[in-house]
Design a protein around this ligand. Structure first.
Ligand SMILES: [Zn+2]
Length: 335
């Protein structure tokens, strides 16, 4: 049964972000350390109807619903390496907030219908350890928190990052959650541009699967590494990524399914280390969400992005991780 859904769209899109989710340093191999700050700054320049909400930190109990308690304690108390392969106070301090941002966005989606979290670095983290720039699995932390509180009976994780959510799947299997959490991960099965149409066809069928499962909430990984020019991805054009995002937001709204999304991967790094193309892909996702929810007028026809440009090779063959940012403006508030 669907949950009660807001009769009218929210007047603002609520986005979970604060400098607490940032791990500016000690994120070797991933450009995502600064990504939440950059996406936040870019969103503020757009003057879109967005309210930023500082996340509350997840509690240790929340983390231990999905991860081995010794693993959680060892990472937080700096006795074990995190998903970046470092032992870092900077990363450890951010982790309760990144996972807390996921919880906050999921809870807000239940009342607003739609919400976002400017976080990454979750889906490779398994029950007993980190992997691929992911330390704790915020998707499953949020899922199990809402299930434990009885806020939903079933939910779906739609993972459109380029890579497979192996950590998510491992937690679902280890904790016996397959009847409560539907995991749809597009990684592994679609890997190249000639798979793009099959990928999008599957996206357009998601509504049938989520309805059959009885999902009452969607957690969406809107990964930017799916882009055809991404050095660790390479599948969809900019227009196809917009189609992916629009189809998922439209499906969720038409089915009256609350949806919370997060950033996930994206590795198009310029020679100077900046990530404007990754930030723009995430902005496109926001634009599609705002248009589907009637919070922004549709934009005129958009040209395709320019072709592949030279870029430095990344040092790691895997996914992205934790956060960045140094913003703490007065309009942020706790919720
Ligand atoms: Zn990825």
């Amino acid at each position: 049964m669907p949950l009660p859904f807001p009769r009218r769209p929210p007047e603002l899109l609520r986005v979970y972000y604060s400098s607490d989710v940032v791990a500016e340093f000690d994120t070797t191999g991933s450009p995502s350390g600064r990504k939440p700050r950059e996406v936040s700054d870019a969103l503020r320049r757009q003057l879109w109807p967005i309210e930023f909400i500082a996340p509350e930190p997840a509690e240790v109990l929340d983390l231990c619903r999905v991860h081995d308690p010794d693993f959680v304690a060892d990472v937080l108390e700096l006795r074990r390496r995190n998903g970046f392969g470092s032992v870092s106070q900077v990363v450890a301090r951010s982790l309760p907030y990144t996972t807390g941002a996921c919880i906050g966005a999921a809870l807000t989606a239940l009342t607003d219908g739609i919400a976002a979290s400017l976080t990454s670095g979750f889906h490779h983290a398994g029950p007993r350890g980190p992997r691929g720039f992911c330390t704790f699995n915020g998707l499953m932390v949020a899922s199990t928190r809402l299930l434990a509180e009885g806020r939903v009976m079933r939910l779906a994780i739609v993972d459109c990052d380029y890579h497979y959510g192996d950590g998510t799947q491992a937690i679902i299997e280890a904790k016996g959650l397959a009847d409560q959490v539907l995991h749809v991960s597009f990684g592994q099965r679609f890997t190249a541009p000639h798979h793009a149409q099959a990928y999008l066809d599957e996206v357009h069928r998601l509504g049938d699967w989520l309805t059959a499962f009885g999902a009452q909430l969607v957690l969406y990984q809107a990964g930017a590494d799916t882009h055809v020019d991404d050095p660790l991805g390479g599948l969809l054009t900019t227009a196809q990524m917009r189609e992916r995002d629009r189809a998922i937001f439209t499906m969720a709204r038409e089915l009256r399914l609350p949806l919370a999304w997060n950033l996930a991967g994206g590795y198009q790094v310029e020679p100077d280390g900046s990530i404007p193309r990754v930030v723009q892909l995430h902005l496109n996702t926001f634009e599609e969400a705002l248009e589907v929810w009637g919070l922004r007028a549709p934009a005129p026809a958009r040209p395709e992005a320019p072709g592949r440009a030279e870029r430095p090779e990344l040092s790691s063959p895997e996914d992205t991780g934790v956060q960045t940012a140094s913003f703490a403006a007065g309009q942020d508030r706790r919720r």
